[in-house]
Design a protein around this ligand. Sequence first.
Ligand code: URA
Length: 248
Amino acid sequence: MATPLRLQKYLAKCGIASRRKSEEFIAQGRVKVDGQIITSMGTLITPGKQTVHFDNKEVQASEELIYILLNKPKGYVTTLSDPQGRPIVTSLLQGIGQRVFPVGRLDLDTEGALILTNDGNLAQSIQHPSNEVNKTYEAEVRGHPGKNTVRQLEKGILLENKQTAPATIRIQKRKKKTSVMIITIHEGRKRQVKKMFQAVSHPVISLKRLAYGRLTLDGLASGKYKILTQNELKRIFSNKLLYKQKNS
Ligand code: URA
């Protein structure tokens, strides 16, 4: 007989979302077991014995694991549905049979690298703070942040009563009224890059995620995706920086 496993683990295994995100779905009352809404995390599921519904659709153990890198265009939401009817990223994945979910989020007006998968364990590894997976962004910001400001951001600043973890920043280009900055962070707080630059009075004008670890878009056009190989997946966990600093 199949071994029982916790509901959130089962949802992750079935490709609904990472374990952490699945816990949120459970707490939100979006998950039913044998027709009953379950909001406690301790519930055990024996695959094949109970029926589980997420958002009123039956959850099926997913087939093949798949890993996708999408170059998300601006104007797409990274949720799986949108009450406001805005375009959703998964609509760009024509030809992918499996149900996949985005690993983390990008704002509506942020573009760039977005991993989608049905592997809840990989999603969990990428997002778990202890793994410190680097995310590198190109941010065009208003004005010209000085060296002290850059150092301050790199060391960590207080955001919503919590210090940000060390970051790496390179000033890529100074334009007349703006600067193009490359920033690498390993935290994943909501709108973190925008909030960090906002906090030092250099608001972000446009934002693009260039890479997870050393997995870059590598010529992938906006709106296009590719299926990742095992070697490409390993690059996500590389802690080598994409760019060296050149601020001093
Ligand atoms: N940081 C932000 O501010 N926005 C994103 O979309 C991603 C990281």
